[in-house]
Design a protein around this ligand. Structure first.
Ligand code: PLP
Length: 407
């Protein structure tokens, strides 16, 4: 385990020195997107300054350099996730596109009238709407696995939901609203007993814990670069080779073809079959740099620090009158989502902003969770490796002031 030097980590993120309304920025919206370290920004800068060219098609020096760098990025991601093959790593725009890719192509090939797909009640809209649309189109049923008052799912209920017509289970690794870390390995084991493939939405897990797709044995795993200290507009779909080979292409155009005539087209091999058009080349390079950065810190260190922040914030929240925390799972990621009795989430967030504190308010793209708890919205403070206990202290001091002002 390397040493965890918080000041050194923070020095990689210049934005953390910014002043907001003359106050130091306290950035607690990491579940929405994380800040970017210098190494990622420099990678983007360097690509456009000395390497910019299109990949895979050029025979000249620059294009080959760019192609090598892009394919090296794929190799870095493959090792990071411990996939078996590089061609199991598909670059996409992010989690949303990765899920849409699978929902669209899987349903085209395998979903029929009377079938069903299982999701959980804590899914982000990105892992709900694509399946709902696929089911509507194919006259299939979307089944929903509920969670209890702590935000935990019941594996026995999952076994009861599965039937002969269940075609796929799509579930989040970590809930962006409740913070629940779902027992995805056990879910995959149960599903595979019935030969049902599992897609894991890893958007909220990837920056906080080691993900090993071979150990998990998941069929698909999706994440976004921008939640892993990388650039926006780039993400990953990991898919098992056998599944990716069975699915039809998602989009058509350049790169994904093998041979085209006016009458007929044959498709390229993996991973190119799913990467139509010019890729987000600099994004892939930036993401690989982000992965290198995270690995240089080490997940053991990251998890230890973030758990300390979570425990500290959870303890402090007990001192605030009328504060209700949503999501108290035993395995929980480093975020607290809450409401304050009698106050509107939007007012709380607006006033916290005046203290330089960035939190998220609203439904966090999980409207069904808001319906379950019968609230219009919540406030979420989500922590990353660079956050400090001092920032949490300042957050609670400011929150107390906000509550006094609003009351
Ligand atoms: N899934 C979860 C659990 C998320 O938290 C998010 C984003 O907040 C997404 C999916 C969608 O990610 P993106 O907008 O990067 O595609």
């Amino acid at each position: 385990m390397h040493e965890f030097d918080l000041n050194n980590i923070r020095s990689n993120f210049s934005i953390l020195e910014e002043k907001i309304y003359n106050k130091p920025l306290v950035y607690f919206d990491n579940a929405a997107t994380t800040q970017k370290p210098h190494i990622v920004i420099n990678t983007l800068d360097k690509f456009y300054t000395v390497k910019n060219s299109n990949i895979h098609r050029g025979i000249y020096y620059l294009s080959q350099q760019a192609t090598d760098a892009y394919e090296k990025a794929r190799e870095i991601i493959k090792n990071f996730m411990n996939a078996k093959h590089e061609h199991e790593i598909i670059f996409t725009r992010g989690t949303t596109e990765s899920i849409n890719l699978v929902a669209s192509t899987f349903s085209k090939a395998f979903l029929n009238e009377g079938d069903n797909i299982i999701i959980s009640a804590m899914e982000h809209h990105s892992n709900l709407v694509p399946w709902q649309m696929a089911c509507n189109e194919k006259k299939a049923k979307l089944k929903v696995l509920p969670f209890d008052e702590n935000g935990e799912i019941d594996l026995e209920l999952l076994s009861k939901l599965i039937d002969f017509n269940t075609k796929l289970i799509a579930i989040t690794h970590v809930s962006n609203t409740l913070g629940t870390v779902n027992p995805v390995k056990k879910i995959i084991e149960i599903a595979h007993k019935y030969n049902i493939p599992v897609l894991i939405d890893g958007a909220q897990a990837i920056a906080h814990t080691k993900v090993d797709v071979t150990e998990l044995d998941c069929d698909f795993y999706c994440f976004s670069g921008h939640k892993l200290y990388g650039p926006t507009g780039i993400g990953v779909l990991y898919g098992k080779e056998e599944w990716l080979n069975k699915l039809p292409p998602y989009q058509y155009g350049g790169e994904m073809i093998d041979r085209v005539t006016f009458e007929h087209t044959t498709f390229n091999v993996l991973p190119f079959k799913f990467e139509a058009g010019t890729a987000h080349i600099s994004g892939a390079l930036g993401l690989a740099s982000a992965v290198n950065f995270v690995q240089s810190i080490g997940f053991e260190n990251i998890e230890k620090h973030e758990t300390e922040l979570l425990n500290y914030a959870t303890k402090k929240s007990q001192e605030i009158e009328g504060m209700r925390i949503y999501g108290n799972a035993q395995h929980k990621a480093s975020l607290i989502t809450f409401t304050i009795e009698g106050l509107h989430h939007f007012d709380i967030g607006t006033l916290l902003d005046k203290f330089g504190i960035a939190v998220r308010t609203g439904h966090f793209c999980t409207q069904p969770i808001m319906d379950i708890f019968q609230v219009s919205g919540m406030v979420r403070a989500s922590f990353a490796m660079y956050n400090t206990k001092e920032e949490i202290d300042f957050f609670f001091e400011s929150l107390n002031k906000v509550i006094k002002m609003l009351r």
